[in-house]
Structures are given as C-alpha cells and as structure tokens.
Design a protein around this ligand. Structure first.
Ligand code: ATP
Length: 907
C-alpha cells in the first residue's frame, strides 16, 4: 500500500486489491487500524519559531532601540534606577506583545480547526460523513460538485466529473475525469482517472478509492509552499500600525530638536535634559497601540467564533460593520432545513402525509381516511421514483431518525417508506447505472436504474416547471398515461407553494435494458409526469428575531432562493421581510437590463427561482448604489457571487468547500441569526478599535505636552521622566488593554451602518485629542502650581502631579467606554470586570509608588495628604464633566431632527 505506484495505469480492480479494499469501502475497524499505521490525513505543519526567538522579535522596534540606547547612556551616567526602570518598560512591553501574539495565534488555530474539511465515505457500504483527517488508504470517498478532494483518489465512478487542478498544475480550466486507466507516461495533468488532494470538483459526481493520504499525496510533496500563516491584521489596523511608526519617527525628530534647543540655547544640564527627552519620547509614542489593536481583533474573532461565525479573512471584521444589505438563501438559513413531506398531489388525488421528522413511519391519508398504499399503485410508483432518484440515507441514532445527505431527499425517503415496502427496498432491487446530478442551474436530477428482472427505468425529480417542460404525458389514476395538462399541474404547484411548502415534481420513463448511459436527450420531452410533492420546512424562530434586529440596525434583508416564487413569498411573510408581497423571478431578472435591474433591486426583497448567475448580477447591481453587501451561498456555482460580495458568507454545514474558500465568513450552524451576531460583533470590534485609539492618542498627547511645555518655558518638570516612564508602564498593561474587551454598546444595533471608507482619524477625533491633551496639561500644571503655592516640597508637588495624570487617564477611560451614548448611566459606571480589574491594579500601583518607602526612594515621591488626594480625584471628575458636557452638546447639535442616536466621535 505504498504511494510510489503509478495508480493511473492500473485498472480499478488492481487498485482495489492492491489497497486491500472493495467498492463497498473498508469496515470501521479496519479503517481505525489503518489510521494507526498511516496517521492522520493532514499535511505536516511548518515548524514554528522557537519560543525564545518569538520573544526576542518583540524587541525589534525603533522605540525599543531608543529606549535601550537611553538605558545604556543612563547606566554610563550612573543613573542606575533610571536604567532599571527603562529596562523594565522594555521588558514588560515585550512580554505583553509576546503573550498577546500567543493568544492571537491560539484564536486563529481554533478557527482553523473549526474549518476542518469533512468527507463523505462508504464504510461497510454505508454512507458516513467523517473528518477529512480521518481518511485512510483504502477508504472509498464520494465526491460531488463543490467538494475539495480530501486525499489522492483512484476514481471508481465519474459522472460528468470535472476537477479544477490549478493548485497542482497551474491550469485554471477544469479537466474532465473518467475511470479508465491511462498511459504510464501521462503527466500529472493528464492522469484523468486520478483525483488529487486539494483540487476542487467543479461539476458532476463521482467516487474513488484513497491511494494516498497526508504527506504522501501529490500536494503533500510540494506542500511547504502552502502552509502559509495568516497574521492577525486588517487594513485599518495595518494603517494604524504604519501611522504609529511614522508618528514615532516624527516624535523622535521633535525630541531631537528640543534636546538641541535645551542644550545649546537654554543650557540645561546634559543628563537631566537627556532623561527629559527620553521621557518625552516614551510619553508621546503610542508604543502599545498596535499590540492592543491586535488584541481587539483577536477578542472579536473569538467572540464571533463563539456565535458560530468563523472569520476566514480578517478584513471582513471591519467590512461587517458597514454592511447595509444582507442577501440570504432561504433553505437552511432562514428555515430549519428539516424537511418533511406534507402532501402528495397526483392525478385525481391529493394525499396528506403524517409522521414525525424523518421517521419512516406514518399514515398517508386521502380526504381524511388512511389509505393502504398497495391499493394506490401510482402512489407506490411515485414512492419508488422518490427513492431511486435520491442520494440520502436515513439512520436511526438513539431513537431519532437523522439524514445523511440532503434533508429534502431524506424526507422523500421517509415518504417512500410510508408509501409501502416498495420504496426503501427499491434501492436494493435496483442498481443505479448512471446519473445526471442535481444542478441549481437546470434544477432537476435524474437516475438510470436496472433491476434483476431485466427492467430499466429513468427516475427524475426537480422543480415543477422544469419537470413539466420535460414531460409529454402524465400518470392517470388507473395507472395508465394521458396527455400532460400543464396548466392544471402548474396551478396545483402554485397552490402547494402558496402554503409555504417547497414543491417538487417527480417523473419517470421506462427504457430498454440495453440502455446504460443517461444523456440529456433521454429526459427531454419524453417523460411521464407522476405527481407533486409538498415539503414543509419551518422558518427558524431565531431568524425572525434576527431579521427584525437587522431592520432596527438599518440593514435590509433580501432573500435569494432557488425555490418557487409562492413558497418564497409565504416564507418571506413568516420571516418578516420588509416587502414580502413583491418578488422577482430569475426569468424576470433575465428580462431586465443592468439599469432596470439597478432600479428594481433596491425595492424588492424576494428573488425566487434564481440560479447562481443571478446572485452575481444582484450583488453587482446593489454595489452600484454604493451599498456594502453581504451575501450567503453554499454551492460551487455561488463562488463568483460570494467573491464579489463585500462579505461572502458560506454555509458551514451544507456549504461546499468551494463556497467556503470563496467567502470571508463561514457559518458553523448555517443560521441567519449568526450573520446578524457577526454584524453586531463587527460593529463592536470597530467601535473598540476606535475607543482604543480615542483613549490612547489623547493620553499620549497630554503626557508629551506636559514635558514639552515645561521644557520650552524653562520650568522645572512637574513630573520627572522616570515617573512618566512608570505611568506609561502601569497604564499600558492595564487601562490601555481594557478597552479591547469592551462589550457591545446598548445602541449598537440601533445605529445605521457605518459609511464605507469612513476615515478613522476624523476631524472630531483630532479635536478630541487636542481638547483632552489641553485639559491634561491644565490638570497637571494646575495641581503642581497649587502644591508649590501651598509651600509643599518639589517632590510632593511632583507626586501629586503624577497621580493627577493617572486619575485623569482613568476618568477619560470611563468617558471613552460610552462613545455613542451618555457615560453617566448606572450601567456605564458599573463597567465590566476587565475595566475594574484595570482600575484596581492601577490604583494599587499608584498607592504603592506614593506611600511605600522603598518605591518612594526609587521614584523620589512623597506621601500625599488625604485631602489633597480628594482634590486629585476631583480634578479627574472635573475633566470627566467637561468632556461629557462637550459630548452631550455635540450630540444635540449633530442629531438630525427625529433621530434618537448620536454619532459622537464619528462625524
Ligand atoms: P436556497 O437558495 O434558498 O437554499 P434552494 O435550495 O431551493 O434554495 P436550489 O438548491 O437552487 O435552491 O434548488 C432550486 C430548486 O431545485 C428547488 O426548489 C427544488 O425544486 C429543486 N431541487 C433542489 N434540490 C434538488 C435535488 N437534489 N434534486 C432535484 N431537484 C432539486
């Protein structure tokens, strides 16, 4: 069982015997044993950088170089205490960066795990869905359009199977696959009986036996190139990172000028001046900002994952906050995708079907009385077709019946069982010889089946309009045929759909036993129409609430479904869409040119009988209005629309791998409510990024201006450089990080979406930075002057000034926490655990440095009298009052008449 074989030149039989397996797959036990020998089917991970190296990298930063230089010079000047504090700052910064990087990496790893692909296999001739990693050589894997091939396979079945192998061959056009051996010399791209791990099925269906897994696969051999690691960043955060770097350089240049000015013009003493300039640099440079922004993102990614929204591309977090239209599928997203057949309409009869879930037991009634299926031969025939044109399996797990495969097909299996023994048994009596798989473009599926009695039949199911166009007769009550009455059946289909049921039509055709290949021409215009089936798929309760939440948040929800227009309208009404009465069908869309579609698209909320191409046109039309669009999808053909949408959202459960790869977000539970949760988190993360910046920059400005003003005026520094270093150290690890963990503000989902491309550093923010910077300056100099006036010692005056600075930072934090509303509510003051922990640590730190004699000696501080302590807190409260009043005035001025929300710091 080695991978060195030329599998492509061997026949299927040879490969199966070589792999010691059969077309029915391995037994569970054998698979387990092989998993032990061959290991997991995963590519070897790239070796991670060592812990030490990862730690040291955090010292690679200009600011750190400046600080290390300063530490060297202070040590040469014998200022040992200063040296130690500077080194502590450097070290703590690196530790925070390191710890946060670890946390962020863990978050990303967890997400990668949640996205682990799954594979459909036959084990003991039963279909199972297992984790792709658990595949072993010899497993028989089932493939369908949209799947990613999970291991190297020798194909056993291929029906219209096309595979895109660009990842291996660079060729982006999909290649046709088949099951016959090919020439031994054939190059990789021509080995058409093999499907390679990592390639994507673009259409058709197939099955193959695993010949290589993990590192032994073709992709495994070249995989070093592929195991790229995504870093935790978004355009906005990157932009801030670059901004912080330029700001650092700018500040260093200013610091150098001030140094020169102080030394040559004002003739300050070198060592004192040098320390002041170092203090200035540390105070002004937002060194912690990039790390805190990364934490904010990591917290957001984790929060979204907890709400079943898995972010594949991080920039989506930002985009989510500005989404103003969500285009969503119906089945499984707005509805539960738990189907059951409720009605069957045949010539002359309308049956109702009873039963629980997928349990293959239940009564079929005709006008209220139970029927005996053997007396209704056409019904039994319909049940047989439903079972034969079907890829699902029903399984009983701990008393409940579940479906392996498509829930709609599961419901049809249950129906076929209820309609008599012929249904499930049909599958053992008939062998499927060929198939035209379901495709959302042609909206039908057909199978060709042979039995042991030398009979052959074609079984077809699909959307009623489609099936009607393929039939020429229908089955009569007596079991004969009569010319098709198309209008009658269309009316019946509309009636079922108007009740919100999904309608499916079934048809059949006997063929001669020699017929073994199913062509499109076999099913065109010659089928016998059997009847219609109505399936219930109830709406999800949480989706109804989520749609309402969207409307409150200025987000319009549009349903784009492949289903019947009447079904879509009925569900649209139940789910609470804004305009459930108006709908466009795929055919309507085809009749509109881009301009006309652009006009319609805003007003219509329901698009029915659409195919994936329509989705692409709809996104494009919406985007032409400058709207940020989120779009869901599951099939391989949805990929272009998902890529085009601003936020492509794939279904984690029923979605294909191709759809997942094209999307920014994957829903672990396929639930519409999870999209809304993601939007809420997206808005929260953006707010928090803004809060972090809005807190950090004014703080830096305030600290720096204190030093600059003192130096320029030739005054004694009101806070010593070493104290500034301390303040930075203690606040960076507490207050600076707290905002990254802020929960969602109450009115977050009552605000309209953020405008796309809105800059972060808005005029209002710049004004806020200036205002708070000036207030900090007044506070610090005010208390300092007051202390000197009171004849306090210089040391005490400085201690008071430093404490005032920290107190003002704390009050500023509480102001920033409620950027959009008022900060003086009980809830706002109450705060979160993280905020209070931060405040407690800072306060404890300040008490320690102010009152503990050893620290007093190091930082040259003195105990502050209680009354003065009260004054210091009072200054913080005054700062809070001033900026809060300023905010409230701004809210009133900027609020358009009638709206209740404010856009503080946002305009
Ligand atoms: P949504 O886009 O909301 O998920 P959908 O699942 O109905 O809707 P499609 O998968 O494109 O969208 O299906 C379109 C129609 O094709 C269905 O309404 C049904 O009539 C028919 N159909 C769906 N699945 C199958 C299938 N496996 N075999 C035959 N016909 C099918």
């Amino acid at each position: 069982m080695e991978s060195e074989h030329n599998w492509h030149e061997l026949s299927q039989q040879q490969v199966l015997s070589e792999m010691e397996t059969t077309t029915q797959g391995l037994s569970e036990n054998e698979a387990l044993a092989r998993l032990d020998t061959h290991g997991l089917n995963r590519l070897p991970a790239l070796p991670r950088r060592g812990v030490l190296l990862r730690f040291v990298v955090h010292f690679n930063n200009i600011l750190i170089y400046v600080l290390l230089g300063a530490a060297l010079i202070t040590s040469l000047l014998d200022h040992w205490v200063d040296t130690a504090v500077i080194l502590a700052v450097v070290f703590v910064n690196a530790v925070i960066g390191f710890a946060q990087e670890g946390k962020a990496e863990k978050a990303m790893d967890a997400i990668r795990l949640m996205l682990a692909p799954r594979a459909a296999v036959l084990r003991g001739n039963q279909r199972h869905t297992i984790e792709g990693e658990k595949l072993v050589p010899g497993d028989v894997v089932l493939l369908e359009a949209g799947d990613k091939v999970p291991a190297d396979l020798r194909l056993l079945k291929a029906h219209g199977l096309q595979v895109q192998e660009a990842i291996l061959t660079g060729e982006s056009v999909a290649v046709e696959k088949q099951t016959d051996p090919v020439d031994a010399e054939a190059p990789l791209g021509d080995r058409s009986c093999l499907a390679y791990s990592g390639t994507t099925i673009t259409s058709g269906q197939g099955a193959g036996v695993v010949v290589a897994t993990g590192a032994a696969t073709e992709i495994g051999r070249i995989s070093d190139l592929l195991a790229g690691v995504e870093t935790l960043t978004t355009p906005l955060v990157e932009q801030m990172g670059t901004f912080a770097k330029w700001l650092a350089l700018f500040i260093l240049a200013i610091a150098a000028l001030i140094f020169a000015f102080g030394l040559f013009v004002q003739h300050h003493e070198f060592s004192e001046l040098f320390m002041a300039v170092v203090g200035l640099s540390v105070a002004a440079i937002p060194e912690g900002l990039p790390a805190v922004l990364t934490i904010t993102l990591a917290v957001g990614v984790q929060a979204m994952a907890q709400r079943n929204a898995i972010v594949r591309r991080l920039p989506a977090i930002e985009t989510l906050g500005s989404v103003s239209v969500i285009c969503t599928d119906k089945t499984g997203t707005l509805t539960r995708n738990e189907m059951s057949v409720a009605s069957v309409v045949m010539q002359g009869h309308r049956y109702t079907v009873e039963g629980e879930g997928y349990e293959p037991l239940g009564t079929i009634k005709l006008e209220g009385s139970p029927v005996s299926p053997p007396d209704h031969q056409p019904l039994t025939e319909l049940a047989r077709v439903a079972a034969l044109c079907n890829d699902a399996e029903l399984k009983k797990r701990e008393d409940t019946w579940t479906v392996e495969g498509d829930p709609m097909e599961g419901a049809l299996l249950a129906l076929s069982a209820k309609a008599g023994t012929d249904g499930p048994e049909a599958r053992s009596q008939w062998t499927r010889t060929d198939i035209i798989p379901f495709d959302s473009r042609h909206k039908f599926m057909a199978t060709l089946n042979h039995n042991h009695e030398n009979h052959a039949l074609i079984a077809v199911k699909g959307a009623p309009e489609q099936i009607l166009s393929m039939c020429k007769e229908h089955r009569t009550e007596e079991g004969g045929t009569a010319p098709l009455e198309e209008t009658y059946w269309r009316k019946q289909a509309d009636n079922i759909a108007a009740q919100g049921q999904r309608v499916l039509a079934l048809a059949t055709k006997p063929v001669v036993p020699e017929h073994t290949v199913l062509e499109q021409s076999d099913v065109e215009g010659t089928l016998i129409f059997l009847g219609l089936v109505g399936l219930i798929d109830p709406p999800r309760q949480e989706a109804i609430a989520a749609v309402a939440e969207c409307h409150g948040a200025g987000i319009r929800v549009k349903m784009i479904t492949g289903d019947h227009v009447a079904t879509a309208k009925a569900i649209g009404l139940q789910i609470g869409l804004q305009r459930p009465e108006k709908a466009l069908t795929g055919a309507d869309i085809d009749n509109l040119d881009d301009t006309a579609l652009g006009m319609e698209v805003l007003d219509v909320d329901i698009f029915a009988r659409t195919s994936p191409e329509h989705k692409l046109r709809l996104v494009t039309a919406l985007q032409a209005h400058g709207i940020t669009v989120a779009m869901t999808g599951d099939g391989v053909n949805d990929a272009p629309a998902l890529k085009r949408a601003d936020v492509g959202i794939a279904m984690g459960l029923k979605g294909s791998e191709a759809a997942k790869e094209a999307s920014e977000l994957v829903l672990a539970d396929d639930n519409f409510a999870s999209i809304v949760a993601a939007v809420r988190e997206g808005r929260t993360v953006y707010d928090n990024i803004k809060k972090v910046i809005s807190w950090t920059l004014p703080t830096n400005a305030g600290e720096a201006s204190t030093i600059i003003v003192a130096l320029m005026l030739g005054m004694v520094l009101p806070i010593t450089p070493i104290q500034i270093l301390w303040v930075n150290l203690i606040t960076a690890i507490t207050l600076g990080i707290a905002l990254a963990f802020e929960p969602t503000e109450e009115n977050t989902m009552h605000r309209p979406p953020r405008q796309r491309g809105q800059p972060l550093l808005t005029g209002v923010l710049v004004w806020h930075i200036a205002l708070v910077g000036i207030l900090f300056l007044c506070g610090v100099f005010g208390i300092y002057t007051y202390a000197i006036d009171q004849q306090y010692s210089l040391e005490l005056a400085r201690t008071m000034a430093m404490n005032t600075l920290v107190v003002m930072e704390i009050f500023h934090l509480f102001f920033i926490r409620n950027m959009y509303g008022t900060s003086l509510t009980w809830k706002a003051v109450h705060g979160t655990r993280v905020v209070w922990m931060a405040v407690i640590v800072v306060t404890a730190g300040q008490f320690a440095i102010t009152y503990l004699p050893p620290l007093q000696r190091i930082f040259i501080t003195e105990s502050v009298p209680i009354l003065d302590g009260v004054i210091i807190v009072g200054i913080g409260a005054a700062l809070f009052a001033i900026i809060e009043i300023e905010k409230q005035i701004r809210i009133r001025l900027s609020r358009p008449a009638g709206s209740s929300d404010s856009l503080i710091l946002q305009k």
